[in-house]
Design a protein around this ligand. Structure first.
Ligand code: KIV
Ligand code: ZN
Length: 521
């Protein structure tokens, strides 16, 4: 295998993924995810969109200062102030990159109302400006897959001449199909002068469920950078999932002889963490990282797997950092065993966090005979999502229901500094409990999603609950786990309210580009 078969992995979880409604992450969470991406061998981390808000700028700057290996990239529209702001955020990185873009398809050209010639001039001007600041510049013709081929060739050539070192070809609306994705890259490589001097990238969205296939087809045609996100996080149906393209290239190396620099054993740990901090649960049957991805439930499958794992398994759970031995822990397990188990599951816990998690673990082990890996993952998600420093904290909940009477919930909650108790009725236990929260903390948010999953089997299983709330166009999700489903529901609801509150306080409308349209140029 030669170096020309090395495919760069460009992760945009912190930019395109975080842009997904409801997936907003805190500053500390962004730093943590960036650290994990840097450690796992991702080549380029798109850390954010610095001009979008003060928060984005601060996170990108800090990630740029801390990253040890990866190139750190900041996004900018085709405007000089955007590019300057991106450069200010990334300039301290060991390996900085400016990524600037403009929508080139007829529909996108109509937004800024630029003629083809005016847009071409703007591309020349902005890429030149970026290249004068940074010697690593990526340029993207947004909605490339719906751009006229002649015009696409023209603007790609202009960007290359102006100094772009990577040309990214986005399928912004998830419209293309594998054959077309490959043909587009091949066409550009053949027709554009200077195309052999730059790296072509593929950036796919999953609206038709073809993002992974489209990305791999582009690589076969000559693209050498795949843009993707952990768990396929992203707007609408999401982006290409990092774990899918990386594992496809590893498992089917026989027919796709390309390599990446990703340490695949870190996949499971980062997948769980991204799910936690974004509040987006991973669907059970999601390729590679879904809870069921390595489960063999049917008799025929189990029998086959026991005789020879290769009968039904094309990769080993350990390849993605999934520990095969799901050894139960119990109330006699000590701190060291818990720490080692959490490490196996991809969680690195410091001494203080271990203390807190250990208390929660003991409480769970008292209620549940055996604590399985999935219980521990849920417990970690719960302790990350709901902390003692939150503005709203659930202290106790008692619900009485049944017997033909309306359900009644008595809730004690800390609101700011004050501990308050209330009793409210509702149409069922969850409704009564949520009504009590609303009585103690008034808000305008509406419930968009309420989802309950059992973590393991048995009636003593923990429930993980996800709640999504919307208020004035802001979306926040909350997650919680408990053997008491109603308590988990209230904690998830309160968690989402805490996040909404933080978001409300942080967003300064005049500095938030997303409110005036990320795609306005
Ligand atoms: O999907 C898209 O076109 C993008 C660009 C900003 C690269 O995310
Ligand atoms: Zn995108």
């Amino acid at each position: 295998m030669t170096d020309t078969n090395r495919v760069l992995i460009f992760d945009t979880t912190l930019r395109d993924g975080e842009q997904s409604p409801g997936a907003t992450m805190s500053h500390a969470e962004k730093l943590e995810i960036a650290h994990m991406l840097d450690e796992m061998g991702v080549d380029v981390i798109e850390a954010g969109f610095p001009i979008a808000s003060e928060g984005d700028f601060a996170a990108v700057s800090e990630i740029a200062r801390q990253a040890q290996h990866s190139v750190i990239c900041g996004l900018a529209r085709a405007q000089i102030p955007d590019i300057d702001r991106a450069w200010d955020a990334i300039r301290h990185a060991k390996r900085p990159r400016i990524h600037t873009f403009i929508g080139t398809s007829p529909l996108h050209r109509a937004i800024p109302n630029l003629t083809m010639d005016e847009m071409a001039d703007r591309i020349h001007e902005t890429v030149t400006h970026a290249r004068n600041l940074c010697d690593n510049v990526q340029w993207s013709p947004m909605d490339a897959t719906r751009t006229e081929h002649d015009y696409l060739c023209r603007v790609v050539e202009i960007a290359i001449r102006a100094g772009a070192t990577t040309i990214n070809i986005p399928d912004t609306v998830g419209y293309t199909a594998p054959k077309e994705s490959a043909e587009l890259i091949r066409m550009l490589l053949e027709r554009v002068p200077g195309a052999d001097k730059v790296i072509f990238a593929t950036h796919c969205h999953n609206d038709l469920g073809m993002a992974t296939a489209n990305s791999l087809a582009a690589v076969e045609a000559g693209a050498r950078q795949i843009e993707c996100t952990i768990n396929g996080l992203g707007e609408r149906a999401g982006n290409t999932a990092l774990e899918e393209v990386v594992m496809a290239l590893k498992v089917r190396h026989d027919i796709m002889p390309f390599s990446t620099g990703v340490d695949t054993t870190k996949i499971m740990g980062i997948s769980r963490r991204v799910s936690q901090v974004s509040g987006f649960p991973v669907q059970f049957n999601k390729a590679i990282v879904g809870k069921n991805a390595f489960l063999h439930e049917s008799g025929i499958h189990q029998d086959g797997v026991l005789k020879n794992v290769e009968t039904f398994e094309i990769m080993k759970p350990a390849d993605i950092g999934l520990n095969e031995a799901n050894i139960a822990m119990g109330k006699h397990s000590g701190r060291a065993a818990l720490r080692s188990k959490l490490n196996d599951l991809g969680f690195e816990v410091g001494d203080n966090q271990l203390k807190d998690v250990f208390v929660r673990f003991k409480a769970l082990a008292d209620r549940k005979k055996e604590v399985y890996d999935d219980d521990l993952v849920a417990l970690m998600q719960d302790s990350a999502a709901n902390t003692d420093s939150d503005y709203l904290q659930v202290k106790s909940l008692r619900v009485v229901c049944g017997g033909g009477e309306p359900a009644t919930a008595t809730l004690t909650m800390v609101v700011g500094e004050e501990e308050k108790t209330v009793e409210k009725q509702g149409d069922g236990p969850v409704d009564a409990a949520f009504n009590s929260v609303n009585a103690l903390f008034s808000h305008q948010a509406t419930l968009q999603l309420y989802q309950v999953h059992a973590v393991t089997e048995g009636t003593d299983a923990q429930a993980t609950v996800s709640v999504r709330l919307e208020e004035d166009g802001r979306i926040a999700t909350g997650q919680a786990a408990d053997t008491d489903t109603i308590l988990a529901s209230v904690k998830a609801y309160v968690g989402a309210l805490n996040r909404l509150r933080v978001r409300r306080e942080k967003s300064a409308p005049d500095s938030d580009v997303r409110q005036v349209g990320m795609y306005s140029v």
